[in-house]
Design a protein around this ligand. Structure first.
Ligand code: PMP
Length: 291
C-alpha cells in the first residue's frame, strides 16, 4: 500500500510521522473519511470543503490548496489501483514541542490513506441494528464544537465503549439538554408519519455529507424533511429509523433502548431512500481513472 505523506507517496512501512506531532500528542488536527464508488471519489469536493472549514475553525492552515488536496486524494487512489474503497485524510498540527502551544508547530502534516472498509456485517443492513442511548453526553458547541471533524474523538469513543459494554452496536449521544445529537460516527434520522426528521447541527451533530445526500434524495422524492430538536420519546415512537455516515452508509435501526421501532425490521421509506442513495453513488464524484 502507498500512503501519501506531505507530498510523497511512500510504502506503508515508511509512512511514518514524528512522535512529537501534536496530532498524536494532543489530538490536534482534523480529518475526513471519504468513499470511492464505481471509479469516483464520492462527494470529494464537499469533503474537502468540510476539511478546510474544520481546519479554519481550529486555526490550522493547510499547506496546500483545496484543488491540490483533491488531486492528492485522486493520486493516492491511483497509486493503489483503487476504484472502490475508503480514504482517510488527516491534517495534523505537525511536529512541535512537548507543550500544547500550536505556535511551536511550524508545519502541518497531510496524510492520505486509501484502503477498503467494511464497518458492519451485511446482516445489519438486512435486519437492522439495535442501538442505545449512553451516559456520555455530546460535547457542547462552545467547547469543541461537534461540527469540527477534529482528531479529538474521545467524546465519541467513550460513548462507543459504553455501547460495547451493554452489547449494542452504536450509541446515541444526547446533548447536555437531553436532546438527541447523533451517534458516535453517524448521523441519526427518524421517519414519522411519512416525514423525515434529523437533529439540527446546533444539537451537536456533524454536518454529515451522507446526511445531506439523504436529505437531498428525500426532497427529490417529495418527502418532507425537518430538523427539529428530537427527544428520546421521538425516537421510541418513530415509524422508522436509520443512521447515515460515509463508512456506514445507511443503516436501518430496529431497536432503541429496548423499544422496538416500527415493525422491528427495516422500514419501506428507509428502503426507498437507500435505493436513491445508491443511485447517487453511481455517478456523483471525481473520476479516479480515465474511462
Ligand atoms: N457524525 C460523526 C461523529 C462522524 O464521525 C461522522 C463521520 N463518520 C458522521 C456523523 C457522518 O458524516 P459523513 O456522512 O459526512 O461521513
Amino acid at each position: 500500500m502507498k500512503v501519501y505523506i506531505d507530498g510523497q507517496l511512500r510504502d506503508e512501512a515508511d509512512a511514518t510521522i514524528s512522535v512529537f506531532d501534536h496530532g498524536l500528542l494532543y489530538g490536534d488536527g482534523v480529518f475526513e473519511g471519504i468513499r470511492m464508488y464505481h471509479n469516483r471519489i464520492f462527494k470529494l469536493r464537499e469533503h474537502i470543503e468540510r476539511l478546510y472549514w474544520s481546519a479554519k475553525a481550529i486555526l490550522l492552515e493547510i499547506p496546500m490548496t483545496p484543488e491540490q488536496m483533491m488531486e492528492a486524494c485522486l493520486e493516492t487512489c491511483r497509486a493503489n489501483g483503487l476504484r472502490e474503497g475508503y480514504i482517510r485524510l488527516i491534517v495534523t498540527r505537525g511536529k512541535g514541542t512537548l507543550g500544547l502551544d500550536p505556535r511551536r508547530c511550524p508545519k502541518p502534516s497531510v496524510i492520505i490513506i486509501a484502503a477498503t472498509i467494511q464497518l458492519y456485517p451485511e446482516s445489519v443492513y438486512q435486519d437492522g441494528m439495535t442501538i442505545a442511548t449512553v451516559p456520555t453526553t455530546r460535547m457542547l458547541v462552545n467547547s469543541v464544537n461537534p461540527a469540527i471533524k477534529s482528531l479529538n474523538y474521545l467524546n465519541n469513543i467513550l460513548a462507543r465503549i459504553e455501547a460495547n459494554l451493554i452489547g449494542v452496536e452504536e450509541a446515541i449521544m444526547l446533548n447536555t439538554e437531553g436532546y438527541v445529537a447523533e451517534c458516535t460516527g453517524d448521523n441519526i434520522f427518524i421517519i414519522q408519519k411519512g416525514k423525515l426528521y434529523t437533529p439540527p447541527l446546533s444539537a451537536g451533530a456533524l454536518y454529515g455529507i451522507t446526511r445531506n445526500t439523504v436529505i437531498d434524495c428525500a426532497k427529490h422524492m417529495g418527502i418532507e424533511v425537518g430538523e427539529p430538536n428530537l427527544t428520546r420519546y421521538d425516537l421510541y415512537t418513530a415509524d422508522e429509523m436509520f443512521l447515515t455516515g460515509t463508512a456506514a452508509e445507511m443503516v436501518p435501526v430496529v431497536k432503541v433502548d429496548g423499544r422496538v421501532i416500527g415493525q422491528g425490521k427495516p422500514g419501506p421509506i428507509t428502503g426507498k431512500l437507500l435505493a436513491a442513495f445508491r443511485g447517487v453513488t453511481r455517478h456523483d464524484g471525481e473520476l479516479i481513472f480515465k474511462e
